[in-house]
Design a protein. Sequence first.
Length: 160
Amino acid sequence: MLVRPGEKAKVKIKVNGIWYEREVEPRQLLVHFLRDELGLTGTKVGCDTSTCGACTVLLNGKSVKSCTVLTVQADGAEVTTIEGLDAKDIKEAFKENFALQCGYCTPGMIVQSFYLLKEYPHPSEEEIREGIHGNICRCTGYQNIVKAIKQASGDGHVHG
Ligand code: FES
Ligand code: FES
């Protein structure tokens, strides 16, 4: 796509099952498109260094940090945000295992968990920790998050 300086770029992106056509700044990040253009504020911005994972979404089924993707790169693609994610079991498991405190990291963590469980339906604790290492939670110490993901996988109805 060739865009001259000062021009906007036309994009067509399917988000949570709905196609949106917009004109965007060529440098706009996908996370801002989702939050500011579409009002999908479940996707958070937790850092400016691409490290926290609070902005995680699925792009054509793969988990990505939406602060590392330009909106124009998602042209023609399919995006799923926390609002459109079919992850009832994971959300329940997070609640039951007290895996959220401030909750700021939670949407990204749940999207990442969903992706992890799609790739590894029965992950070991090590695979879970590896799978979420790009998502930072500063308050739960990960133990409950790991338990929640294990429970959501159907492998570990661990309580307490
Ligand atoms: S806001 Fe994207 S990784 Fe932190
Ligand atoms: S619940 Fe607070 S940063 Fe994750």
